[in-house]
Design a protein around this ligand. Structure first.
Ligand SMILES: [Zn+2]
Length: 344
């Protein structure tokens, strides 16, 4: 049965099936092409190149294509932007190259077969930045992928490290959307001991914490000043950063001796408005707050499919008070369509 379980992004059993009708989403009578910027898949055979099998949670991403399409139809998702969570950062150049080639080609194949339903983020071997630059370029120019998905750190190295500057430069040059997602199994493995116990804390708070740390370094180390046109979309609403953003501004005012004077061009919270965030924050109040801190123009729908965190992302956006029609249209799909070059 493993073959069926792990079909992932393969083209097997792609025949359309009769099922629930496809939900169409309207805002004020206007039809909107909805886009989910946060959806995962698994390419059969890729994790095995690391000399191990997929863990339970990794294997979950290997949902069949029919199940994926059915869920999208039911939930009112027209287009998924598909990514693969980084599991290859420990790989040497040779293994990393093979994994990335397989994943990018297979994902591109899926997208080409269903161009109205899927776009893809390239996988890149960020631990070898020169390779990552090339993989991003090949992925976008030759394979039609729309950006890249990366983890919040690379073997403990922060994304603000100068070593990654060539990657950021290429991403900016290509107009890539970079989807920033915490790595499995735990966002902050250094905290593993404290995140044990009931509640899956390594995920529930470890993952958003990882994103918070990653974004904070990109802000405070000046990466976002050096690459001001970079398009980064952070998963899970940017973790905790937008929830407690004011503290980032106050830190250097309160303890200037801990900050490099003139290191940043703007107040730390102003960088939230040059980043993007998915809408996966669960409640109308949380989404209202995310919009208040970051701007409606910076938020795009994210479901985390096939991880069953939510099945109501569309309704969450439709039901959040205080948004006007243009803002709802933007969050549901228009912003993502522009960034991911999805035709109307
Ligand atoms: Zn996810």
């Amino acid at each position: 049965m493993a073959g069926i379980l792990f079909t992932g992004c393969s083209l097997a059993s792609a025949a359309p099936q009769a099922g629930a009708p496809r939900r169409q989403v309207r805002v004020g009578g206007r039809l909107v092409k909805t886009v989910d910027v946060h959806a995962h898949c698994l390419i059969p055979g890729a994790i095995e190149m690391m000399g191990r099998k997929a863990t339970g949670n990794e294997a979950l991403a290997g949902v069949s294509l029919n199940d994926r399409l059915r869920a999208m139809d039911q939930q009112g998702i027209d287009v998924q932007a598909i990514s693969i969570n980084a599991f290859w950062y420990a790989a040497d150049r040779d293994v990393a190259r093979k994994i990335i080639v397989l994943q990018n080609e297979k994902l591109a194949e899926l997208c080409a077969t269903h161009p109205e339903r899927f776009v893809g983020y390239a996988s890149v071997a960020l631990q070898h930045p020169d390779m990552a630059v090339e993989q991003l370029e090949v992925g976008m120019k030759k394979l039609g992928l729309r950006g890249a998905a990366i983890g919040g750190n690379v073997n403990g190295e922060e994304l603000s490290s100068p070593r990654f500057a060539p990657f950021w430069a290429k991403a900016q040059e290509l107009g890539a959307l970079i989807f920033l997602h915490p790595q499995a199994p735990s966002g902050v493995p250094e905290l593993g001991k404290r995140l044990q116990g009931n509640g899956f804390l390594s995920n529930v708070i470890g993952n958003p914490l990882e994103t918070t740390i990653a974004l904070s370094h990109l802000i405070f180390e000046g990466t976002l000043d050096r690459f001001p046109r970079l398009r980064i979309c952070a998963a899970h609403g940017g973790g905790y950063l937008p929830s407690y953003a004011g503290r980032s501004d106050q830190g250097c005012l309160t303890f200037p001796e801990n900050c490099v004077k003139g290191a940043l061009k703007k107040r730390p919270t102003e960088y939230l408005r040059q980043l993007y965030f998915d809408s996966l924050v669960f409640t109308p109040e949380a989404l209202r707050h995310l919009v208040a801190e970051c701007g409606a123009s910076q938020i795009m729908m994210g479901t985390d499919y096939p991880y069953p965190w939510t099945r109501t992302s569309v309704d969450h956006i439709l039901g959040t008070p205080g948004l006007n029609e243009a803002e709802r249209l933007a969050i549901l799909g228009r912003t993502a369509a522009a960034l991911l070059k999805i035709p109307a």
